[in-house]
Design a binder for this molecule. Structure first.
Ligand SMILES: [Zn+2]
Length: 291
């Protein structure tokens, strides 16, 4: 009797061990499964943000022209072969440089890009890829709301047209997931920030992706007060030639005790939300500024 009981226990222990080992070696699934994952992919002096909720995926910007391989490798490692939505915030190379490659190689449902009078070589490449795939570009409309799984996205900017600088055409999106929120600003400068504030939009967000790589042209005092984030993410290259991030921006963040995550110091940064709290996969970075 005791002998057979012991045998049973040995079997149970053996099966449990096999199960634990199997779970540990099984690769992580692409789907975020009830979580929101925001990947700030390190592409140097450029933006590229992957957002996953459930089995839905969105890409905001696609780095410089030479970042194609880095971005594709990152996406394929996660098992991503399609996007529900891609957003080219504006037509500068460091935002849509590799977007033609993404459109060529991935299945895409919807593309948002702002209308502007100016064209660039990179925009022409993107438009060619769009034509080849038989897709259409949707122009952003301020206050338009769309879903990404259970996340709710609101397009805030551009509010108007006829901007002097291409940066101000940047599509700004606020994403709400449960009680947590993110604000993605592209390279929107203080002109666009003022417009959003004048419209009385609810700009408050837990995470602010700083506009224009931490440049002084963006993140004005009043805008930062209105967003009032706990965390700031800055996408920029190591020892870049633009002296990003700007001294005054970093001082503001430090005074307000906003935790900073920067791709020049930490590489790719991933934020994960369960709808109540946000956890980053890296420790916060420094308040050092570009020199
Ligand atoms: Zn930029």
């Amino acid at each position: 009797m005791i002998k057979s009981l012991r045998k049973k226990w040995i079997y149970i222990t053996l099966i449990t061990t096999v199960l634990i080992v199997f779970t540990r070696i099984t690769p992580v699934k692409a789907a975020a499964n009830g979580q929101l994952k925001v990947h700030f992919i390190d592409v140097g002096d450029a933006d590229c943000i992957l957002i996953q909720q459930g089995n839905k995926s969105m890409l905001i910007d696609a780095g410089n022209n030479l970042d194609e391989d880095v971005i594709k490798k990152y996406l394929l490692n996660l098992g991503i072969d399609r996007f529900d939505i891609i957003v080219g915030t504006h037509v500068d190379e460091d935002h849509i440089g590799s977007m033609d490659a993404i459109i060529n190689d991935f299945e895409i449902d919807k593309i948002y890009m702002p209308q502007s009078d100016t064209t660039t070589k990179y925009l022409e490449d993107v438009m060619e890829a769009v034509r080849k795939k038989g897709l259409q570009v949707t122009a952003p409309v301020s206050e338009e709301v769309f879903n990404l799984g259970e996340a709710v996205c609101t397009i805030l900017a551009p509010v108007s047209m006829g901007y002097e600088k291409l940066n101000n055409y940047s599509i700004v999106i606020k994403l709400q997931y449960g009680n947590t929120s993110f604000l993605f600003t592209g390279d929107a400068e203080s002109v666009s920030e003022r417009e959003m504030m004048r419209r009385g939009f609810d700009l408050s967000a837990d995470v602010l992706k700083l506009g224009h790589h931490g440049s002084i042209s963006s993140t004005s005092d009043e805008f930062l007060d209105r967003v009032n984030p706990q965390y700031a993410v800055i996408m920029l290259g190591r020892n870049n030639n633009y002296r990003h991030p700007h001294k005054r921006i970093m001082e503001k963040l430090k005074v307000k005790k906003i935790k900073v995550y920067r791709t020049d110091e930490k590489g790719t940064v991933v934020a994960e939300s369960d709808g109540e709290k946000i956890i980053f996969n890296k420790e916060p970075g420094s308040y050092n500024y570009g020199k």
